[in-house]
Design a protein around this ligand. Structure first.
Ligand SMILES: *Cc1c(COP(=O)(O)O)cnc(C)c1O
Length: 392
């Protein structure tokens, strides 16, 4: 298929005609699928014929969402999960067993870091987390041999950038399966499989869904790997439900438009805040001042809808500014059509102590600001009035 991202967002994954000739994807809100013919039922159960048996395994509404995101990521296959964390833990547990080594970085999403530090070691998996800024140190760890190289870029919440093409090459040379969490970028801005990764994982809860009303996760990649992860999921049971799948595939139809707007809003706001006297530092890969701006410019089409900034005056200033924002939910999610703001202590790194956050270079004066699709002039005016009122 040679279609562009907009066409794929709208059409990919729909097989027409749909049920009763509806033009829109129906919600197959059903646990199971009935068969009048036992031979046919058995053929579907054995995978010899197409069809669905039981919704923990497969469901037609979920399948549309899987095909749509696979098409956007240029992947052969995809399998959807109940949440992003279910997708990430299902992927890692499929690939890793006792004695296996996984190399990752210190700045992965907070829940993912917990998997590496708390849960995977219990199963005898050796987890090596390297400083996110040090590409050479990551390559050195990978070259020692590992089963999985797990990457995330841009990272949460300080928007660090990893050179995915360079690190995927290192991972492949070591015989590792390379997994990339592409939640912050989305396939509109960055396509890790084209940069050499084997698997892409998403929290669909964020930009893919985009409306903060459905949880979900998805893994995309080659058929063989995705089949293994699907098998883990069908038994482990963290399946995406049909109603959430309906919402997510519907929202994906506007993904390209939302991301283009969020990219441009975020860049304009980042530039504005960088020049603002109340702001200590702005973290956004689209700024020339970002230490890895050149890598981001090479591997991303746009720089994404999330930025972070630290305010002069520390946590007290954060507590004064945030409640004064009128055009932002103070909440833990991101990637929605509405602007969402919050400190890492209550969002990405809620699982960590203040000391752990400090050790990771996440200041308590930091605000994560997920830019929505509002008019950028209104968001800038809102930020300015909140910063001014808090200072005065
Ligand atoms: C939110 C998030 C996750 C976890 O997703 P859930 O849907 O909340 O389970 C994983 N990775 C990143 C980068 C995220 O932002």
């Amino acid at each position: 298929m040679t279609h562009g991202d907009g066409t794929r967002s709208v059409w990919a994954g729909e097989e027409h005609p749909l049920w009763e000739r509806s033009t829109q994807v129906p919600i197959a809100q059903t646990v199971s699928f009935g068969y009048g013919d036992v031979d046919e039922w058995m053929a579907v159960a054995l995978g010899e014929e197409e069809g669905h048996i039981y919704s923990r395994n497969t469901n037609p509404t979920v399948a549309v969402f899987e095909r749509r995101i696979a098409a956007l990521e240029r992947a052969e296959a995809a399998t959807a999960f109940a949440t992003g964390m279910a997708a990430i833990s299902g992927t890692l547990r499929t690939l890793l067993g006792p004695g296996d080594r996984v190399v990752s970085v210190t700045d992965t999403y907070g829940g993912t870091t917990k998997l590496f530090l708390e849960f995977l070691p219990r199963d005898g998996v050796i987890c090596e987390l390297v400083g996110t800024d040090d590409h050479e140190a990551i390559e050195t760890e990978v070259a020692k041999g590992c089963k999985v190289l797990y990457l995330e870029s841009p990272t949460n919440p300080t928007l660090k950038i990893l050179d995915l093409e360079r690190l995927a090459a290192a991972g492949r040379a070591a015989g590792a399966t390379v997994v990339v969490d592409n939640t912050f970028a989305t396939p509109i801005n960055q396509r890790p499989l084209e940069l050499g990764a084997d698997l892409v994982v998403h929290s669909a809860t964020k930009f893919l869904g985009g409306h903060a009303d459905a949880l979900g996760g998805i893994v995309c990649g080659g058929q063989g790997l995705v089949d293994r992860i699907y098998h883990y999921r069908e038994i482990n049971g963290a399946t995406l439900g049909p109603f959430a799948a309906y919402l997510l595939q519907r929202s994906a139809k506007t993904l390209h438009l939302r991301i283009e707007r969020q990219n441009s809003n975020a860049l304009t706001i980042a530039r504005h805040l960088e020049a603002h006297p109340a702001i200590d530092r702005v973290f956004y890969p689209g700024l020339e001042s970002h230490p890895h701006h050149d890598i981001a410019a090479r591997q991303m089409k746009g720089f994404g809808g999330v930025l972070a900034f630290s305010i002069h005056g520390g946590l007290d200033a954060v507590k004064a500014v945030l409640p004064r924002l009128q055009l932002a939910h103070l909440a833990a999610n991101l990637g929605a059509v509405e602007t969402v703001a919050g400190p890492p202590a209550t969002t990405s790194h809620v699982e960590m102590t203040a000391e752990e956050r400090a050790a990771m270079g996440i200041p308590e004066s930091l605000v994560r600001y997920s830019v929505g699709i509002e008019d950028v002039e209104d968001l800038i005016a809102d930020l300015d009035q909140a910063l001014e009122a808090a200072a005065g």
